[in-house]
Design a protein around this ligand. Structure first.
Ligand code: PTJ
Length: 258
């Protein structure tokens, strides 16, 4: 493992550790090779936003906590990358907001779905849907990608789908689900289609979402409704893009001044 070779003081230590978790997940059959590529794309956007939870992400996290707490039937959808990076956080968030956890894979195989279920049970989940019970279907999606649990995503009013593919996000919106995503790319089809887009790394966003939901539980329902109704996702995505533009402009200017 790298952590024996790379000192904690290494400037890219955190980032290398995240990579290592995904490589480990790949070797264990939890992450698909495409998941490693998807992570590389995410890393690039993480550089651009400054590898920190920015104010636009904090706004989206607050609104996401509100939507999950107000939901009658919230579901957290878990894919290979999410299971490799934040399994304990998924379980903790589900406990706080009373959500069901469902394995939902883009590149679905039954063997991998079962392995991901084991990871989540090992992280403390009491129940994991979407493996033996994925008998319902999302209309207009084809093959294995459409299969969901009748007690999970099929019945959900609010679905958290981190690192999701655009077709599926659009399909979930079409069947009336309120969709929350975590996606470092602010202009991915998923980011532009979701009701709430958290433009942040899943490894930072999940702990922040847990904290926000814990704190929000002490508020009245009216206060929580106000947080959600005053939220504007287009404004948040626009703020993410403006942040990237300003950050790059400032970096470019600082180089000229050297
Ligand atoms: O395990 P499976 O079969 O369900 O497959 C999972 C992947 C991620 C391969 C699948 O859902 C996929 O192909 O996703 P996409 O279409 O590549 O979208 C993933 C999005 O997540 C991209 O926009 C990435 O920028 C973003 N992303 C990658 N890593 C992170 C991330 N966003 C937040 N945090 C990350 N660590």
């Amino acid at each position: 493992m790298w952590d024996t070779k790379i000192p904690r003081s290494h400037p890219r230590y955190e980032s290398l550790m995240i990579r290592e978790k995904l490589v480990e997940g790949f070797k264990r059959g939890i992450v698909v090779p495409e998941g490693l590529i998807a992570h590389g794309r995410g890393e690039c956007f993480d550089y651009l936003i400054g590898e920190a939870t920015q104010p636009f992400a904090r706004k989206a996290i607050e609104a996401a906590a509100a939507a999950l707490l107000l939901a009658k039937h919230p579901v957290i959808s878990v894919n290979g990358n999410v299971a490799a990076l934040v399994p304990r956080e998924v379980v903790r968030l589900a406990e706080i907001v009373g959500a069901k956890i469902e394995v939902n894979l883009f590149y679905r195989t039954e063997v991998r779905a079962r392995k991901i279920k084991e990871v989540l049970l090992g992280a403390g989940a009491e129940e994991v849907l979407g493996v033996d019970d994925a008998t319902a279907t999302i209309p207009e999606l084809f093959s294995e990608r459409r299969r969901v649990s009748p007690r999970g995503i099929a019945a959900a009013d609010v679905v958290l789908v981190p690192l999701e593919d655009g077709d599926r996000t659009e399909a979930l919106r079409r069947i009336g689900k309120f969709v929350i995503t975590v996606d470092l790319n602010p202009i991915s089809r998923t980011s532009l289609t979701a009701n709430i887009t958290i433009v942040d790394n899943i490894v930072r966003a999940m702990p922040a979402l847990i904290k926000a939901a814990e704190e929000m539980k002490g508020k009245s329902e009216e206060e929580i409704r106000n947080i959600l109704s005053s939220y504007n996702n287009s404004a948040v995505i626009s703020a993410a893009l403006t942040h990237i533009r300003e950050r790059l402009s400032s970096l470019a200017s600082s180089l000229l001044g050297r």
